[in-house]
Design a protein around this ligand. Structure first.
Ligand SMILES: *Cc1c(COP(=O)(O)O)cnc(C)c1O
Length: 205
């Protein structure tokens, strides 16, 4: 189980404190904010994960600064990241974001298209496809959360039966990580339960 500490809206001091306590994987949503932190903390051996949506005009910054991207949901973004990945950094580790519960406003590929996108992404030279990621609608109901996470786990297993060799199922946040872990998550993305409540007014996207 990997614990990803989601440090969006928190400053470099918060990241340094968590690092001193032994945390090595950090997640960020907003590219500009992230690049500032990554640059300020470049002397620390931190593994940085991009977990926010990526516009085409931000792919170069992402390819240059991050170790992982969890939010691949279309081939065009994956192609740009592969083309723009600096050779000396090695492959960018990526997950495909899947819209498992059909939320209309959410990003993510529909489950029926996940296999085809995964095969195309896996063929790109400077990316390494590691798994799937999902962000279900928040619910108080443990059984409902489990039903959705189980759909993601079933899709993950079916892609592996198709030979994709995935090892990462990125699901679960502060409010639903227990259900996610019970249903097969290998990586939980936890922000407020580690750093406290976020103040979105303090930081621009
Ligand atoms: C902010 C965020 C998280 C962390 O959320 P918390 O509820 O603070 O744990 C996890 N995943 C994604 C994609 C996020 O944007």
């Amino acid at each position: 189980m990997c614990l990803l500490a989601v440090s969006k809206t928190f400053g470099v001091d918060a990241v340094q404190q968590a690092f001193a306590a032994g945390q090595r994987d950090f997640g960020e949503n907003y590219i500009q904010e992230a690049v500032e932190k990554i640059t300020a903390l470049r002397d620390l051996p931190i593994c940085w994960h991009c977990i926010g949506p990526i516009q085409s005009n931000k792919t170069r910054l992402v390819a240059q600064h991050f170790d992982w991207v969890h939010t691949i949901d279309r081939l065009k973004i994956a192609q740009r990241l592969s083309e723009q990945r600096p050779a000396e950094l090695g492959a960018l580790q990526v997950c495909i974001q899947v819209n498992v519960d059909g939320g209309a406003t959410k990003s993510g590929v529909v489950p029926a298209d996940a296999l085809a996108l995964a095969q195309q992404v896996a063929a790109l030279p400077h990316l390494r496809l590691r798994g799937l990621m999902c962000i279900p609608e928040p619910t108080e109901d443990f059984a409902v959360a489990c039903a959705v996470f189980t759909r993601a786990k079933d899709l993950f297993d079916s892609l592996n039966r198709a030979g994709l060799g995935l090892d990462t199922l990125s699901m679960g946040m502060s409010a639903d990580l227990q259900a996610a872990v019970q249903c097969g998550s290998t990586l939980v993305r936890v922000g407020s339960a580690i750093f406290g409540a976020r103040d979105y007014g303090a930081v621009g996207a």
